[in-house]
Design a protein around this ligand. Sequence first.
Ligand code: MG
Length: 351
Amino acid sequence: MASFRFHQWLTCEVIADNGMVGVGNAALAPPLIKQTIDQFLAPLVIGGDPFDYALLWERMYRKTHAWGRKGIGMTAISAVDIGIWDLMGKIVDKPVFKLLGGRTKQQIPVYYSKLYADTVDAMQQEAAKAMEGNFQGFKARFGFGPKDGLAGMRENIKRVEALREVIGYDRDLMLEAYMGWNLDYTRRMIPKLEKYEPRWLEEPVIADDILGYAELNKGPIPIAGGEHEFSVIGCHQLLYHRAVAVLQYDTNRVGGITAANKINAIAEAHQIPVIPHAGQVHNYHLTMSNFNCPMSEYFPVFDVEIGNELFYYIFEGDPEPVNGYLDLDDGKSGLGITLSDKHLQNFEISQ
Ligand code: MG
C-alpha cells in the first residue's frame, strides 16, 4: 500500500500595524492554498482587528462558502486564523493557551506516532527504541489492505502481535489504516484485532463515509478519525452520529484555532475526547487549555518521509517531550515558534 506523501508546506504571516507578525501554517496543497489566501482571504482580514477573530473567521467562511467549506477553502482559512491567534498572543505577550482557557494540566502526555509498515523485525526494533522515550502509547500503520487478500490480513495481524510483544499491555497501542481499508475489510479485521486491545482503530474508511464510521464504532474497538473532516459543523456531524470514539481534527485544516476551540466544546458536550491530529504546536496549545483533550500525538523528529516531519525543518521552538510528556512555556508569547532558516537551502521557496 503506497503511502500518501506531501513535501510542501505553507506559512502565512499576519502583520500588525506595529510590525508584529503572527505566523500561521498549513500543509496539503500549499500552492492552491496560497492562491486562495492571496485572492480571496487577505482582502477580508487586512485592516481588521485581530481581536475580532470570530468576525474575521465568519467573514472568510461566508465569503468562500459556495466553494470553500471543505478542503482547500477551509485549510486556507485555518492558516490565516492560526496566524491571527499567534499575533494576538504576541500583542498581549501571552502564550496562546492562556487566551484559550489556560493550563488544565501540568504537562501533556504524548503518544509516539510513527511505526510505518515495514518488516516485522524493523517495526519491533523501532518500537523497542521508542520505548526508551517512556511514551504513553504507540501508533503503528497498517501496510496491507483489501487488494492484499487474506495473506495481507495475516501480515497486518503479525505486525500487531509483534508490537504487543515489544510494548506489552501496559501501554496503549493505536492502529492506523489512513483510509486504506473499506467497510467490508474493516468488519473482517476487527474480530482478528480485538484480542490485541488496541486503544483505537484510526481512519479505517474514507473520511466521507460517516455512516461507515458510525457502524464500526458500535463494535468492540473504538474508532478514531476526523483529521480529514472540516469545519465546526463537519465535526459536529461526526459527533452527532457517534461516528468516532476519539475526535482527531487537524487544526490547520479544520478552520484554525477559532474553529477547533468551538469543536472542543461540542465534543465535551458529547463526552468524546479530542486528541488532535499531528504533533504541531498549535495542537498542543489547544490540548493544554482543554480538559477534554487528554493527550497529544507526537511525531518524532526523523528524516522527512511522509511530510509530517517537515514541521521541524520549517519552524524552531516546537516543544520536545521528556519522559513521555511535553510542556508549553508560560513565558513564550503566541504559539512560541519562529520560522527557521537552518534548512532553507533544502527548500524551493515561492512567495
Ligand atoms: Mg491519522
